[in-house]
Design a protein around this ligand. Sequence first.
Ligand SMILES: Cc1ncc(COP(=O)(O)O)c(C=O)c1O
Length: 384
Amino acid sequence: MTELFSPRQRRDLIDRGFNRRDFARLATLLAAGSALPFYNEATMAQGLSAGPRIPADAVKINANENPMGPCPEAVDAIQKLVPQGGRYLYQETFTFRDAMAAVEGLPADHIAPFGGSSDPLHRVILAFCGPGKSFVVADPGYEAGSRAAEFIGARTIKVPLRKDWSHDVRAMAAADPNAGVIYVCNPNNPTGSVTSIDEIEYLVANKPKGSIVLLDEAYIHFARTTEPGTPMVAAGKDVIILRTFSKLYGMAGLRAGAALGRPDLLEKIRGYSAGALPVTGMVGAIVSLKAKGLVESRRKLITGIRDETVRWLEKKGFDVIPSEANMMMIDARRNGNDVARAMLGEKVAIGRTWPALPNHIRVSIGTAEDMAKFRAAFGRVMNV
Ligand SMILES: Cc1ncc(COP(=O)(O)O)c(C=O)c1O
């Protein structure tokens, strides 16, 4: 298995505190990639909130998916491409990279296409963390990075969100002089809360030498009061941004995403990558990027449904963490997992709780009809 790594990669792994016995474990992470059973949103959502299997006719607002699916232009382009699916069609990946570069205002060599963002997320942990290089993450935060860090023997340092639910960038910058990756999810999963770009710039300017900031912008298209970190990438900072087409673009099952970063940083994760990408995902992403007004219209629709649901919850006396994403956390004032189980009995699959907030449950935003069913079921379960 060790021949999977070049001599340079092996030296780098040893520098980060791995020993040769760890190499096989790392190779497992590489080979399984984002398919490892405990690593993606859908499996975490199912495993923790639902316990038993979700009935086929249940409302599924548990995994921050977008029930609208791909935009009609993407559906059309994908359908047209399917008969050619016997080919690798690498050109589609290059076209996707160039389209992304044009939209983001970055050179093409600053974009690394992937099948979603879970894959590069894990590869970043593998490339920059290790027994001597920790992973710093907000609490509550998206768990996939911590699980990958744990799997390779890197320490995870959890830094509580501030009272306003933004990342505590000062505490994160000071958390460990030997940090490998400082992970900022903006807007944050599970809270939907945002961190200002000024704060993120502070973190990038004040992080320990040798570390990188991993800026996960899975939900950035929904945000109103913060901005993307792409100018930091353009300026050559130690930042890798993750983007995905699984959320606003409605392509979670089709798989498209990208890592944005300085070519030397991308080279470190590309060195751990292999294989062709799904052409259906690539072509869907290309067309979605070109669909005029798609981001604005979907943001408006989805956040409108969210805000309507929040108003109803508040009228019923529940606090909701202010969200700028397609999810929200509701203070159920009792064990959140019990509420999730009771909701599943009503055929509404909602999200999970986080240990830091055991009475808060995460609920993703579905269609207006989904949310009407959610309100009715929640009213019955909570007796309101
Ligand atoms: C913050 C965050 N990052 C990354 C992902 C991974 O998604 P995907 O691999 O579908 O891009 C998710 C999924 O929900 C997420 O919430």
